[in-house]
Design a protein around this ligand. Structure first.
Ligand SMILES: C[S@@+](CC[C@H](N)C(=O)[O-])C[C@H]1O[C@@H](n2cnc3c(N)ncnc32)[C@H](O)[C@@H]1O
Length: 189
C-alpha cells in the first residue's frame, strides 16, 4: 500500500550540527526584514524560526512545514500553551513534494534547507514533485526580489545547488551569494 514518505524522526536544535535555522534568523535580522512572508521547510521540534519571529517585534510571518509527527505534535503543544503564536506562525504536517501553488500565500522568502535530503523513490509512488519542481512552485509565489535559500551544509547540497542553478537558468533568478552557511537565490524584477 502506498504511504506518505513522512520523516519518521524528530530534530532538536543543534547549532553545531545544523545551524541553518539560526543563520536564517541572523539573516533576517541583518537585513532588517519586517513584515515579510516566509515559507520554511523543516521546522524541527524546536520550531525556532516560528518562535523567534513571533517574539522579535519584526512582524514577519512564517508558514512552516514538517514531515515529522513528533515535530507537528510539538507545534500543537506550543500553540495551545501560547495562543498568540498562532497569529504569525502556522506549521503544518505534510510532504514538501506535494506543494501546490494554489495553497500558498504570496512569499518574500522560502527556505529549502533540506532539499534533496529525504526525497526517495517512495515519493514517486504517489507522483510527488521533484526538488526542482518544488523550487519552481515556490519561485512562482515569490514577490519580485524575493529569495529562496538553501543550506550549504546539507548532505544533499549538490541537489540544492542544482535546483538553484535551475532557478537562475529558467526562472530569472540571480545567484545572490552566500550568507554564513546559506546560499541565497534572488528573484528578478
Ligand atoms: C534535520 S531536521 C532539521 C530541522 C531544522 N531545519 C534545523 O535545522 O534544526 C530536517 C527537517 O526536515 C523536515 N522534512 C523532512 N522531509 C520532509 C518533507 N518531505 N517535507 C517537509 N519537511 C520535511 C523534517 O520534518 C525536519 O524538520
Amino acid at each position: 500500500m502506498t504511504k506518505l514518505n513522512f520523516w519518521n524522526s524528530t530534530w532538536h536544535l543543534d547549532e553545531k550540527q545544523c545551524p541553518c535555522d539560526i543563520h536564517f534568523l541572523d539573516y533576517l535580522e541583518e537585513k532588517k526584514s519586517k513584515g515579510r512572508n516566509i515559507f520554511h521547510m523543516g521546522t524541527g521540534s524546536h520550531h525556532i524560526v516560528g518562535l523567534k519571529t513571533a517574539s522579535d517585534g519584526a512582524n514577519n510571518q512564517v508558514l512552516g512545514i514538517t514531515a515529522s509527527k513528533e515535530e507537528y505534535a510539538a507545534y500543537i503543544d506550543l500553540l495551545i500553551d501560547n495562543p498568540k503564536l498562532g497569529f504569525s506562525y502556522k506549521a503544518y504536517f505534510g510532504d514538501l513534494y506535494q506543494t501546490d501553488a494554489r495553497l500558498l500565500p504570496s512569499l518574500d522568502y522560502a527556505t529549502l534547507f533540506h532539499a534533496g535530503e529525504y526525497r526517495t523513490p517512495e515519493n514517486d509512488t504517489y507522483g510527488a514533485l521533484t526538488d526542482e519542481e518544488v523550487a519552481f512552485v515556490l519561485a512562482d509565489r515569490l514577490t519580485p526580489g524575493g529569495e529562496i535559500l538553501f543550506y550549504t551544509g546539507s548532505f544533499a547540497y549538490d541537489v540544492a545547488a542544482r535546483a538553484g542553478q535551475a532557478l537562475v537558468a529558467k526562472k530569472g533568478f540571480k545567484d545572490a551569494g552566500k550568507y554564513k552557511s546559506l546560499h541565497v537565490f534572488k528573484k528578478g524584477p
